[in-house]
Structure formats: C-alpha cells, structure tokens
Design a binder for this molecule. Sequence first.
Ligand SMILES: C[S@@+](CC[C@H](N)C(=O)[O-])C[C@H]1O[C@@H](n2cnc3c(N)ncnc32)[C@H](O)[C@@H]1O
Length: 325
Amino acid sequence: MEANFKPVITNLLNSETIFQELHSINDLGKIYSQIIEEAALENASLLETNIHGGNALSPKEAIDCLHDSIRTARFLKGIYIALNDAKKNANGNRVEIVYAGSGPLATLIIPLLPFFSSKELNITLLDIHQESIDNAEKIAAKLGYLDFFQGFLARDATKYMHGKPIDVLITETMDKALTKEPQVSITKSLADQISENGILIPGKITLYYEHVLFAELLTAAVLDDEKRISNKPTSGKLELFSIDKNIETKDFEFQSTPIEVPKVYNETPDICIQTEIKIYADVFLHPAESIITNPYCVGALSSIKGSNYQLEYVSAPEPIWTIKK
Ligand SMILES: C[S@@+](CC[C@H](N)C(=O)[O-])C[C@H]1O[C@@H](n2cnc3c(N)ncnc32)[C@H](O)[C@@H]1O
C-alpha cells in the first residue's frame, strides 16, 4: 500500500466532532505505522536529553505523541489554516517555515504536504536528536517530499539562528502547565526571529489556576476515546499568564498576585493549573482535551498555614511551578 495522507487529512479538515477527529488520527496512525515499519523505526531510542529549559523527549516518545489524538488533530487543522494564510502574505515567494522539535515523524507538517507545492513552502526541520532528524529526512525522501525542505538539522532550538525572517514557526515541545519540556525557552529564543506578520504555532498558551478535587478531574490519555474527552470542566478558572510571540525576558519567570486560601475547602483541597492552547485562528486545544492540556496539581491547600499564597513559575533551568507560602 502506497502511503497517502490526502484522504485522511481531507477527512480531518472536514471533521466537526471529537469522534470524527479521533477517527481521522487513528487512520493517520495506521499510515504512519506502515511508514515506521518500512523505515524500521520500531526500535527508536528511549534516550531523553536535558537542556537548559527542560527535557527533550526521546525519539520513541516523540513518535508516540501522534497518539495524543486531539492534540495532533487540532495542530494539523490550525497549521493547515496558518500555511494558507502565510501563502497569501508571501506574494508568490516560498513561505519560510521552521519546525523546531520535529521528532522522527515530523507529524505536524508532513501529512499536510500533499495540499501544497514545494514552490510554496521552504521548510527547515530541527530536532536535538540526530536519530530523529535522520529519520524525518528518510521519511520525507521516501514520500518524495525532499523538495519542500531546506534543511534537516540536529540542533538545540534554544540556540538556533535561522539567518532570515521566519514566516511560520511551529514548535510543540510542551507538557501540561508548561512543565518538564522546553516550550517556553524555545519560543523565547526563536520568537524574535519571526517576520513582522509571521505566525507562531501555537499562537497563545494560557495558564489558569483553580481549587479542585484533583482526583475527580477528567484527564485525556494516549489513544483516547470520545467518552473521556467530552464534558470537560470549563468554569471557575482564573488566568495566571499567557505566552505568545511577544514573549520577553531571558529565562521567563512569573509570580502571581496573592491568592486567598478559602475558609472552607474540603471539597476543593487541591491547587491546580489548567492549560488552554490557541493553536491558530479559531482552533483551540481546551483543558484536558489532550495530554499537554491535562490538569496539573501543584500542591494542597492544607500545606498553607497563612491566609494566602503565591504561585511561582520559572522556565529554566527546569520549567517548574512552586507555591510560595
Ligand atoms: C513533544 S515531541 C513532539 C514531536 C512532534 N513534533 C509532534 O508534535 O508529534 C518534542 C520534540 O522536540 C524535540 N526537542 C525538545 N527540545 C528541543 C530543543 N531544545 N531543540 C530541538 N529539539 C528539541 C524532542 O527531541 C522531540 O523530538
């Protein structure tokens, strides 16, 4: 069977329900499974790399991200719209694209290539793992897409200089509540290389806090099913901060204003961070629709002796949350 992304992605782009999105990503997974088998990627390495700003997932874990299904569905939908908008702004020139943290499958761009011509897009792939970048190049070659690519570079994206303005920067190197992985450090170092009307994907990541009974919250899982994804909690959250292409400061830091400890909290004893991602235009990834927007428990209200506390976030050397009591 010839790998053909076009029908599956056409279905995905036309999908209107979570069920249809899950179905399309399941089909996308089957096509990639065939590619993985043919390119002998089953034995992808499990070695992660620690950098200043977070943990770069291993090639194997990066492959598995495909099955964070609603994540993959929404990113592909948003990126498809963004590439078409960037094409309109490019006045016939090729759209300059940097995809930082492609993993071995370059999941967020390769399936969209049948909808574009190599005269329209000029793509540079970056991944810190040589194995991932070599395999992404192998897959692009096997599918006949090499003309779309300017380079396949094994580089740390937090130190990368592209040398010309980037029209579309894609990076999904994050975990829930912006912990563990270096999304903030990568965005920080590449955002000011984006051209004036250029596009960052994801366009905006917003973090909220709420007091909850953490064990009762719904959470998304790999190879999710529709039942778990629907009916997410959406109310009662208060915004902490958001990051977008205007992000500033060297190692991004945040400290909340004082948050009051409720007088009675036995039904909502946990301090939780929720994540919402605006990917592009009207395409969003809401709290608990994916592993990267699952709720994150910072601690228990019972550990706070005073009447209020503050939430603190640092993006480096490790992206972490702490409670200042
Ligand atoms: C969460 S995976 C995403 C894989 C794929 N882009 C997707 O969305 O399915 C993140 C990828 O980013 C890479 N990565 C993380 N930090 C990086 C850095 N500082 N420079 C380059 N690549 C990095 C990891 O090696 C991994 O392949």
